[in-house]
Design a protein around this ligand. Sequence first.
Ligand SMILES: [Zn+2]
Ligand SMILES: [Zn+2]
Length: 352
Amino acid sequence: MQAALVVRSSTGFDFEISFVDIPTIGSSEILVQLSATGVCGTDMALASGEVGPTCQILGHEGIGRVVQVGESVPAGDIQINDRVGIAWLRDICGKCAYCLHPGGETRCAEQLNSGRKINGTFAEYAVVPARYIIRIPDHVKTSDEALAPILCGGVTAYKALRVCGAAGGQWVAVLGAAGGVGAFAIQYARSMGLRVLAIDAGESKGQYCLQLGAEAYVDVLGADSVADQAATITGRRSISAALVIAGSAKGYQTALEILGPFGTLVCVGIPPPHELVSFHPLLFIDKGIKIIGSAVGTREDIIDAIEFVERGLVKADIVPVRLSDMPRIAKEFGEITGKYVIKYDVHGQLQL
Ligand SMILES: [Zn+2]
Ligand SMILES: [Zn+2]
């Protein structure tokens, strides 16, 4: 099968397109032939090696079809040709304190992640444990390419909004609004009846955010302070929740400055390990502010996030590419708006 393998050198990292063996499955696993996969910012962070060891095949926004089922998978559980998703979470233990907590599976202490301990979706085939399947419901007619980015970028935005505590009609600030996850956050927020204040750097990004449904935009490079501009825009109602998507300490600092009374700071973006955020606890005591972290979403969250796409309320801004484009994508990642989605050629059924 064709695969994009990450290769690192003293000057950085690159992707090398190679042919490798199609993986063999264990008795409780399934083999998925991929038809599309998104490229996520986390893939670039993993490729750089800065966040620890990885597999050679990254990628965690895949959609494909089941082509082989292990012999001990109960009959009827999963069928050949079922449409499935392959996301960041690939397996969970099902018994740790996180797994036992409702909705806690994304924090499983023993979790397997795509590209970390198990090969990801930058290849034509991938192996999934039958007990942790993301089955795309039959009524979903959205194309594989349009669904792929929901598996990480989309569900990350959706889940952050689900936990942010803001109700319809209230203001939500999205910091890093013009990036892949930010663009989803704007659309999901709008679809949930929230008012979106998009925050990012540069005037051109403002146009993009407003087109996606943001009600107002604040340019962090502008002359006035972000807090002053936000206060003018939202007026008496103030900001009920701030989603920090772009992972910088500065973004977190700004979010704390603009939050209104009883607001919630939702941590999504991950700053580099040495970047800390400083605050005085009185801010939380006086204003009743809460801080929560949000990480991707459960299998149920993914299906919920997909329903918005199926209903036409949220749409990924796709930049279609081929697997062979990975070396170029690695160089220009972050310079364009929109989501790179790799489309694979699927020539009939694999004979195994
Ligand atoms: Zn991701
Ligand atoms: Zn667990």
